[in-house]
Design a protein around this ligand. Sequence first.
Ligand SMILES: *Cc1c(COP(=O)(O)O)cnc(C)c1O
Length: 380
Amino acid sequence: MCEKIVDFVRDVFRTKDFIPLHAPRFAGNESRYVQETINSTFVSSVGAFVDDFERKLSEYSGVERAVAVVNGTAALHVALKLSNVDVGDLVITQALTFVATCNAIRYCGADPVFIDVDKDTLGLSAGAVQLWLSENAVIEDGLCIHKLTRKVIRACVPMHTFGHPADLDGLVSVCAQWGIILIEDAAESLGSFYKGKHTGSFGLLAALSFNGNKIITTGGGGALLTNLELGSKAKHLTTTAKRAHPYEYFHDELAYNYRMPNINAALGCAQMEVLDDYIEKKRHLAKLYKEFFVDTEYVFFDEPLNCRSNFWLNAIICENEDHRNELLKYTNNHGVMTRPIWVLMNKLPMFSSCLCGDLKNSEWLEERVVNIPSSVLTEV
Ligand SMILES: *Cc1c(COP(=O)(O)O)cnc(C)c1O
């Protein structure tokens, strides 16, 4: 079967060469816009492409304001800061995520609490969050307090795994009930919609990433999605908190140099022009995989109900860990890149003493999920 998979992937991507998991693609106005920034010398912290990119992002995702930053991790860091996540706080997130989600929480001096995911979304389970809170937390003076440690549970950060939307209705409702701020890690889900609304528009804040392996890229980059008020605060906090003035340097709080350079935003503007086309091609690839894996010992992971996913990374579920390892070994030895899903965050040394809920779905998926080549097809 492994051999058949390799043959199929080679057939779809029409190459005998190495096939990566996800390669960026620049076939539009990328060179032209980047060249423009070079010709104008405005490659760095001033220039029109940043404003244009931010406008395109907010329009596309249906939020009031997008703020472009240096990477997705910085966007998460600032989102947490703007939610007043501080030293000694707790932040609920999923154990099955990329490490950046948890690193950003720790940058604020807070600790992640790891809760299980739903098997049909791969995203944070609203039911599991509700259960953990009802057993471990109380509301006092409008704050959600962890009973055992007396720490404030300030925010909740679900992640839309591989572009598949998490159970947003459920999460919005649990967070509202417990007075917890919802921040979406939408790093992987630009172009994914939940009941017709863009992921990243449900939380008070959300983070996007434009790293080289994401659906569109700016080289390195990210963005915050939020409302107008928090948007201006985010802009301030990501540009050294300099007060507007014709010539004076006055900075009114400790802040960051997280602004996205204009040269990266130029790439971003060109990539936004082709995003919808990329999503169509990715959905087509997902359909080919789905049909291929019918009646095999692998289960193709399909988009959740009522969702339209960008299918950033395609994933299949193996029968067990040995079955998974066999596939990983064979494909990687034969020039077809595949990767297991992340090791659970509670197993990493820096997060091993964090609080956890029951993680049975996360553990089950950790042993079985494999990502398969998912680049945008050049010919369809
Ligand atoms: C890519 C990614 C990030 C971080 O983005 P960077 O731009 O690489 O900092 C955060 N969370 C998730 C889930 C990601 O996949």
